[in-house]
Design a protein around this ligand. Structure first.
Ligand code: ZN
Length: 254
């Protein structure tokens, strides 16, 4: 069967499919790739547009999760060679198992920088989730995913990302995590999923997203159902507006 790119929808007659397209960045411990991502789209996410930003979409994603992953990695137990990421924005210090962050001058506190970084982080998150939905065969081909393609790949429109705050510092981790990072759908009973909304657990964090067209009413209903499901496990949620809305250092574990 001919390959067809899940992003630009072009097939092998119009695009090449030679590069391995990692769904979760390798330097975050990702080990899986998906065949139906063309080289142009793969390179779009991995390379910065130097006229717009000093970082790529994937780097915006890595900046946040690299820190969480460091927090979860137990060096003695990590047999596998794990990917590494050099942060542009944060200097991570470790003292007696606690992480602290020093912000580099390249991380600016201006409104413009912060909102752009947040937008690009969200696009990176949608990129990873959409590709993993395909790779894990959790995609309903009758649904229309244009809102994700437009936002993540073409920088159009705006999509929400919901972040849930845990009540307790207990995170279920598999032995191999996070040396070999996995993105989970439906692993825990508190993760909601429906035709229009899905939730993921990734490196100790829980996020919720719409995956197809939705109304304001749909969104309200989703949030109510999701919150009911999370009773006792999660205390609150936020619609992320800046990167630091997320507990990137997983301070709940301290
Ligand atoms: Zn493509």
């Amino acid at each position: 069967m001919k390959r067809k790119c899940i992003w630009c929808l072009k097939d092998e007659s119009a695009e090449t499919f030679e590069k391995k397209a990692h769904t979760i960045p390798k330097s975050l411990g990702g080990d899986n790739y998906y065949k139906n991502i063309c080289d142009s789209c793969n390179s779009y996410f991995g390379n910065r547009d130097s006229t717009l930003t000093t970082y790529s979409i994937e780097e915006a994603l890595k900046e946040a999760f690299n820190i969480s992953r460091k927090r979860l990695l137990v060096p003695e137990r990590t047999k596998r060679k794990v990917g590494r990421f050099k942060s542009k924005f944060f200097e991570i210090k470790e003292k007696k198992g606690r992480l602290s962050l020093n912000v580099k001058t390249s991380f600016r506190f201006t409104q413009g920088f912060q909102s752009q970084l947040c937008r690009n982080f969200k696009r990176g998150l949608y990129k990873m989730v959409y590709e993993e939905l395909h790779r894990q065969n959790k995609i309903d081909e009758y649904l229309n995913y244009n809102i994700i393609r437009e936002f993540a790949r073409y920088n159009k429109g705006e999509l929400p990302v919901i972040y849930f705050f845990r009540s307790f510092g207990a995170i279920m981790l598999m032995e191999e995590e996070p040396a070999k990072t996995i993105l989970y759908f439906e692993r825990m009973t508190y993760l909601f999923s429906s035709e229009k909304f899905i939730e993921i657990e990734f490196l100790g964090h829980v996020f919720g997203f719409p995956i197809t067209n939705f109304s304001e009413e749909d969104f309200k209903t989703y949030l109510n159902q999701s919150i009911a499901l999370k009773k006792g496990h999660f205390k609150s949620f936020v619609l992320i507006k800046k990167l630091t809305d997320i507990d990137i250092t997983l301070s709940i574990l301290n």
